[in-house]
Design a protein around this ligand. Structure first.
Ligand code: ADE
Length: 230
């Protein structure tokens, strides 16, 4: 898989992909993540990528020219399955969306900035508009990092024990059960005795019950979905 990220602030994205599972996935050749500076595609002599909005008081808007040039350049190199735009007014990202994107070959993620991008880009080039939640970030870079991280860990081989990504919270609309490690007792706080029983069947049943109960209490919205899909 290849993920191309187009941004005006490439520095923000130099950290998140250089650690842990996402770094190992790149080292293993499972994914290539390439960050492009949008200014490199600007024909403006000051490398500007924004301009005043036609409507008064709307702030600065990202212009078409460098974005179109960046997208066309990438599309001339390979075919893309999706051209994603990160924006607070997009469809809210979730695990199902991460699963579906993890099956794609090539993705472009365009990070929004300023007050928005010229709407003609959204109408003519973008295939998916994604928000990571109902709050406004300074720019789309952190959203692009969140989306990329959640996709990459799902690529087969990215996590050594493949079943561990499948047992993540949300995969079946249930939150994960609690986990514990040694010592079995710490200052009087005990690990649930069933986990010490060595009986895998009973432990699995306990974990499933815990998942259901935690979801019912903490995320009634997810619990409804879970019940519907039973
Ligand atoms: N850009 C600014 N806020 C955002 C959000 N919540 N999701 C995606 N992109 C954004």
């Amino acid at each position: 898989m290849r993920i191309d990220i187009i941004t005006v602030l490439p520095e923000i994205l130099s950290g998140p992909f250089n650690h842990s599972i996402v770094k190992r996935a790149q080292d293993k050749g499972l994914v290539e993540i390439v960050v492009h500076n949008l200014r490199d595609f600007s024909t403006d002599k000051h490398r500007r990528v924004d301009d005043y909005a036609f409507s008064k008081g709307a702030g600065m808007v990202m212009t078409i020219q460098p974005i179109e040039a960046a997208i066309q350049y990438l599309k001339s190199q390979r075919e893309y399955d999706e051209i994603i735009f990160t924006t607070p007014d997009g469809i809210q990202f979730n695990q199902q969306e991460a699963n579906s994107l993890s099956l794609k070959r090539n993705l472009i993620i365009l990070c929004g900035h300023y007050k928005g991008i010229d709407h003609r880009i959204r109408e003519n080039f973008i295939t998916r508009e994604i928000s990571i939640g109902d709050y406004v970030l300074t720019g789309g870079e952190l959203a692009a990092a969140v989306i990329t991280d959640s996709i990459v860990r799902l690529i087969p081989g990215a996590i050594s024990d493949e079943t561990s990504a499948l047992s993540d919270s949300f995969q079946d609309n249930l939150l994960s059960p609690p986990v514990y490690t040694r010592p079995a007792e710490y200052n009087g706080m005990k690990v649930p005795h069933i986990l010490l029983s060595g009986n895998d069947k009973l432990i699995d049943e306990w974990k499933h019950r815990q998942s259901i109960e935690r979801t019912r209490i903490l995320r009634p919205d997810l619990y409804e979905k879970y019940l519907k899909e039973q």
